[in-house]
Design a protein around this ligand. Structure first.
Ligand SMILES: [Zn+2]
Ligand SMILES: [Zn+2]
Length: 422
């Protein structure tokens, strides 16, 4: 048995033997039902072809305008980069940097790294930098938000139709196609690519030369690498242990998980107040100056005949952040008390929090595009307000808080009946 045949559940730590699953099938944890891995066509040529398609679509999406607005003889249009630049020049540098990172840099890192890796795997070689690039893919994927941006674009288009004539540009279709392609690319799990690369020739870390022949130390506790999934024995002789395959620092549980979760949660809860009270947008028009808060944006859609959009924005911007703060507080509090209450439901709650967190960025993307489009000099100009900065900080801080929380801590107080947990 090779060590990479063992897989530890990310959410509860139960150790499983990896078995082959058919494409589109999922292997689930026997205890908490979380998805351990998915079956994919582990054919590197196919992966490289799909990734290549996604890279081209990504480039078209970035450099073509998304929409054009015509009103009273004036015309404006915006590319994603142009919209970010407008936000930057209006002294919303932090928000602009966050939008740039989530919608351009991280998807580019994910796609670029995957393309490089899959092209090499296709040729039957493990390329230099294989481990670092796959770790980058894992990280970029957690923060890349192309699908959220796509919904943001659609909401902006609907919103603008009441103000001006909207002409949809090629960028929209490219973003639509990119969203669909990324849904396939996301199934190229770095952990599976690591296992494919394992058997191929190519540069290796020194420690890797023998690692998969070495048996696990009998009786020693096991550690699972959070990046590549390799399960190893805890070494008592070293102070800090690093993964023999990918070099990531190993921990049995995230260090100071609950304390850090509370810290980020508290910061997010405090900023949630200005995020809702301060204006997120200012509208300067012929009729004077108007301030928009998040809730007034929801009211606007509700009263202007788009109740569906009002509900989407209300859920994404108001309900999700509040529920997320409450859910994380509940998880941190029960874990701190080593509660044995409803571990399965609490793990499921954690998965929901992880899944929905990114969707709160929706309003920030709508603001970014709106600010770039509504620039009709004497007629109407919309600028971003300080509420947008506070709201953006709330979303990022709650996402960090949920990443700091280690769901395996939920299961630690529960009797393991001799099963192997990592
Ligand atoms: Zn599990
Ligand atoms: Zn690793």
């Amino acid at each position: 048995m090779h060590r990479y045949d063992l897989i530890s559940c990310h959410d509860c730590g139960v150790l499983h033997m990896r078995r082959p699953v058919r494409p589109r099938e999922k292997a689930r944890c026997v205890r908490c039902r979380s998805v351990l891995y998915r079956g994919i066509y582990s054919d590197a040529s196919r992966m490289a072809a799909i990734t290549m398609g996604a890279v081209f679509t990504f480039l078209i999406a970035q450099f073509f305008p998304i929409v054009q607005l015509d009103v009273g003889g004036y015309s404006t249009s915006a590319t994603l980069l142009g919209a970010i630049r407008v936000l930057w020049t209006e002294h919303m540098e932090l928000v602009a940097a966050v939008v740039f990172l989530f919608t351009m840099v991280l998807p580019a890192v994910e796609l670029g790294s995957l393309l490089y890796v899959t092209l090499s795997l296709r040729k039957g070689r493990r390329p230099p930098g294989f481990d670092h690039l796959l770790r980058a893919v894992g990280l970029a994927r957690r923060w890349g938000m192309t699908e959220v941006l796509m919904i943001g674009i659609l909401i902006t288009i609907v919103k603008m139709t009441s103000l001006a004539e909207v002409i949809v540009q090629p960028g929209v279709f490219a973003f639509g196609a990119l969203t669909l392609m990324l849904a396939i690319v996301v199934s190229f799990d770095p952990k599976i690519l690591w296992n494919i690369g394992e058997h191929l020739p190519g540069p290796r870390r020194v420690a890797q030369k023998t690692f998969h022949y070495a048996a696990l130390t009998k009786g020693a506790p096991l550690l699972a690498c959070h990046a590549c999934g390799l399960v190893e024995s805890l070494k008592y002789t070293v102070r800090h242990q690093y993964c023999a395959r990918c070099g990531a620092r190993l921990h049995r549980r995230h260090p100071d998980s609950v304390g850090r979760t509370w810290a980020f949660l508290l910061a997010a809860a405090i900023l949630y107040i200005p995020a809702n009270l301060l204006p997120v947008m200012y509208t300067h028009s012929l009729f004077g100056k108007e301030d928009d808060t998040i809730i007034s944006g929801v009211v606007y859609f509700w009263t202007s005949g788009s109740p569906a959009l009002a509900v989407i924005i209300f859920i994404a911007s108001i309900v999700v952040p509040v529920l997320k703060l409450a859910a994380l507080a509940l998880l941190a509090w029960t874990t701190q008390r080593r509660s044995r209450w409803q571990p399965l439901q609490r793990t499921a709650l954690y998965r929901v929090v992880e899944f929905v967190g990114r969707w709160s960025m929706l309003d920030i993307f709508v603001i970014t595009l709106t600010v770039a489009l509504v620039r009709f000099q004497s007629l109407a100009v919309i600028t971003a307000g300080p509420g947008a900065l506070a709201f953006c900080a709330v979303v990022v801080l709650t996402m960090i808080a949920s990443m700091q929380f280690d769901p395996r801590l939920i299961w630690d107080p529960i009797d393991t009946h001799g099963e192997k947990h990592v």
